[in-house]
Design a protein around this ligand. Structure first.
Ligand code: MN
Length: 468
C-alpha cells in the first residue's frame, strides 16, 4: 500500500471532480471483491481486489466495501473482523480499524449494515459490476432486478474515476516501471531456455516462475505459443521445432496490483528464416512508427494508423499488397495482416479500466468504428501526459481469414492473394512494450530490452550454450 495520504487525496479529488460535474450529494459506493470459487466454495481462484477499490483504498483483502459521503467527504470501510475460526485457517490480519487507518478512512462499520446504509443513501452512485455477486448485492440494495443494475450505474462516477485513474501519479509510474522490468525478466528467461524440442508448457512455467519468484503474480494468463497467428492462444501443448516462430505475450502484476504486458516473437531455433526476417523488420518499423508518434494531444487512433501504414507499405514492398496506401488504410485492407488494435491503457488492470466500458475509457463516449480491425482498437482518444499505454502492432497470416476474404473478393484492388498465400507459413508475430506519455512526448516503461532481430537471435537458447 502507499501512504494513507495518497488514498485520502484520491478520494478528495474524486469528490471535487464529481462536484465539478454537478454531483455534490449522495454516496459513492465502491465494492471490494470477494473470494471467487473455482470448483467449490473453499477452493478459490487467487484473490484479486477490484482495481477501483485498490485505487481509492489500497487494501488487498476480500469482502470489504467503501462508501464516500459527497456532502461531508467522510469515508467508511465496511467489513467484518476475523473470527477465531477464520484466524485458525487464514492467520491474523490487521483489525478493520487498522486497515481503515492505513487507507486514511474515517470509520468502520459491519459489512452486514452496508445494504441498509447504501439503500437509504440518496442518491447512491456506483460503478457497473463485472462480477455476479456484486450485481446481486446491488440488485438487493436497489430493489431492482439484477439485469437492470448496469443501467443504474453512475455515468458521472464512471467518467470521474476514468479521469483520475488514467493519469498515473509518479509513485504509480514507479510501480509500472517495476512491472515492466519484471515482465521483461520473464521474457528474457524464456528466450534463454527456448530451443527446438522444448515444450511450450515448460516455457510458460518458466515465465510464471520468474513472476512468482519476483514476489508478483501474472497480470493475465500467459500466451506462449508456436502458433502466433492465433491471437489469444492459451494452449501450451505444443513443442518448439526448428523453423518455428515462438510468440509470448505475458506480463507480471506487482504485489500492489500494477500490470506489465509485453510481447516478444523470436525464432525457436535461434535464426529467423529470410521470410520471417522480412516480416519481422516490417513489424519493428511499424512498432517504431507507433512509438515515435506518441505525444500529448495525439489521438491513439493516429498511433494505430502510424503502425498500420508501415505494415501496408512493407507489404507493398514485398509484393503482397498494392495501390494507394491511404485509400487502403481507409478501406481497412491492412487489417488482413493487422486485425487488432495497436494498444490499450494499462495500469491496475492490464486493460486498464475496461470494466467501466471500452467506449468510455478509450473513446470518451464516442461510438467505435464497426470496421473489421478498427473495431478491435480499444483506445482511440487523444493522449494526455501521465497515461500509460501498450504499443503492440502485429503481423499475421491467418489462413481462414485469407481464404474468406479471397473468396469474397474483398479489397481485391489492394491485396495480392496468390502472393499472400505463399507467405502463410510465416504465421504470426507481435511486438509489445508499455509506454508512458510525458509532457514532451513519451518514454518506454522499464529498462532497455533490445528487440532487434540479431539481439533476439543471440539470446535464444543462451541458457543451453552457457554463454550468459
Ligand atoms: Mn496488450
Amino acid at each position: 500500500m502507499f501512504d494513507s495520504s495518497a488514498y485520502k487525496r484520491r478520494r478528495e479529488a474524486l469528490r471535487r471532480s464529481l462536484a465539478d460535474r454537478g454531483l455534490s450529494s449522495g454516496t459513492v459506493l465502491i465494492l471490494g471483491n470477494r473470494e471467487s470459487p473455482m470448483n467449490y466454495a473453499d477452493n478459490a481462484y487467487p484473490f484479486r481486489q477490484d482495481s477501483s477499490f485498490l485505487y481509492f483504498a489500497g487494501i488487498p483483502e476480500p469482502d470489504l466495501a467503501l462508501t464516500l459521503d459527497l456532502e461531508t467527504g467522510k469515508s467508511v470501510l465496511y467489513g467484518e473482523e476475523l473470527s477465531l475460526d477464520d484466524v485458525i485457517w487464514t492467520g491474523p490480519r490487521p483489525s478493520l480499524r487498522e486497515l481503515a487507518e492505513a487507507a486514511g478512512l474515517d470509520g468502520v462499520r459491519p459489512r452486514a449494515s452496508l445494504a441498509g446504509a447504501a439503500g437509504s443513501a440518496k442518491p447512491l452512485h456506483f460503478l457497473p459490476p463485472y462480477r455476479a455477486e456484486h450485481r446481486e448485492e446491488l440488485s438487493e440494495i436497489l430493489g431492482i432486478p439484477p439485469k437492470a443494475v448496469e443501467t443504474k450505474a453512475s455515468g458521472d462516477l464512471i467518467r470521474a474515476v476514468i479521469a483520475l485513474r488514467e493519469i498515473k501519479e509518479p509513485r504509480e509510474v514507479e510501480r509500472m516501471d517495476a512491472a515492466a522490468d519484471l515482465s521483461a525478466d520473464m521474457h528474457r528467461a524464456v528466450l534463454a531456455r527456448a530451443r527446438p524440442g522444448v515444450r511450450e508448457s515448460e516455457l510458460a512455467a518458466r515465465a510464471a516462475e520468474v513472476a512468482l519468484a519476483g514476489g508478483a503474480g501474472l497480470a493475465f494468463p500467459v500466451i506462449a505459443t508456436t502458433r502466433g497467428s492465433v491471437l489469444h492462444n492459451h494452449d501450451h501443448s505444443g513443442t518448439l521445432a526448428e523453423g518455428d516462430l515462438f510468440l509470448m505475450d505475458m506480463g507480471a502484476e506487482t504485489v500492489d496490483g500494477y500490470a506489465g504486458d509485453l510481447t516478444t516473437t523470436f525464432p525457436a531455433g535461434g535464426r529467423f528464416d529470410p521470410r520471417q526476417r522480412e516480416i519481422y523488420e516490417i513489424l519493428l518499423s511499424a512498432f517504431r512508427a507507433a512509438t515515435d508518434s506518441i505525444a500529448p494531444g495525439v489521438p491513439y487512433r493516429d498511433v494505430h494508423f502510424a503502425a498500420a501504414r508501415e505494415i501496408f507499405t512493407g507489404m507493398k514492398a514485398l509484393g503482397l499488397a498494392r495501390g494507394n496506401t491511404e485509400e487502403a488504410l481507409a478501406a481497412g485492407a491492412h487489417a488482413l495482416f493487422f486485425p487488432h488494435g495497436v494498444g490499450h491503457q494499462i495500469g491496475l488492470d492490464v486493460h486498464d479500466l475496461e470494466s467501466l466500458g471500452e467506449v468510455n475509457v478509450g473513446y470518451d463516449g464516442q461510438p467505435k468504428s464497426p470496421q473489421f480491425g478498427l473495431r478491435s482498437l480499444r483506445l482511440a482518444k487523444p493522449l494526455k501526459p501521465g497515461m500509460t499505454v501498450t504499443v503492440e502492432p502485429g503481423i499475421y497470416f491467418i489462413a481462414p481469414l485469407i481464404a474468406k476474404w479471397k473468396a469474397e473478393k474483398l479489397h481485391r484492388g489492394f491485396l495480392e492473394y496468390p502472393k499472400i498465400e505463399e507467405w502463410v507459413s510465416v504465421g504470426g508475430m507481435r511486438n509489445e512494450e508499455d509506454w508512458l506519455v510525458t509532457d514532451a512526448g513519451a518514454r518506454k516503461l522499464g529498462g532497455p530490452f533490445d528487440k532487434d532481430a540479431a539481439a533476439l537471435e543471440a539470446a535464444v537458447g543462451s541458457e543451453w550454450k552457457g554463454n550468459r
